[in-house]
Design a protein around this ligand. Structure first.
Ligand code: AMP
Ligand code: ZN
Length: 115
């Protein structure tokens, strides 16, 4: 728990946000400023700011989170027609919250094809 981190506060229940999904490793919440018809965030419960700061164990946990995400995305978020996952890393990518998180965007055709 990082006292100054908004996502730690969400995980800790200090900021009231509807958790669409929660298990021992991560939560899924709606993004407060959606950039697509569906825009949610999968947030690991442990605080680390970027992939570069992740421990080996946290990397294993992130793997487990990715293994679970398709089920949550299909059955909780209802995205049956595809989606995009984004992890912004650092300033050039526009990262604003320095607690690693995965954007889940979907519910529409993507008009921006970066890769
Ligand atoms: P990033 O720019 O990749 O660091 O993404 C941070 C995201 O967190 C942005 O899309 C914000 O809209 C979102 N965000 C910030 N505060 C909250 C909050 N309290 N609840 C939900 N999403 C938030
Ligand atoms: Zn945090």
């Amino acid at each position: 728990m990082n006292q100054d981190c908004i996502f730690c506060k969400i995980i800790d229940g200090k900021i009231t946000t509807q958790k669409l999904y929660e298990d021992d490793l991560f939560v899924v919440v709606k993004d407060i400023s959606p950039k697509a018809n569906v825009h949610c965030l999968a947030i690991p419960k442990e605080h680390y700011s970027k992939l570069a700061d992740m421990s080996e164990r946290q990397a294993v946990d992130l793997g487990k989170i990715f293994a679970k995400l398709p089920d949550v995305i299909a059955n909780v978020l209802g995205l049956a027609n595809g989606y995009r996952l984004i992890i912004n890393q650092g300033e050039d990518a526009g990262q604003t919250v320095f607690h690693l998180h995965i954007h889940i965007v979907g519910g529409q055709k993507m008009d921006f094809i970066p890769a």
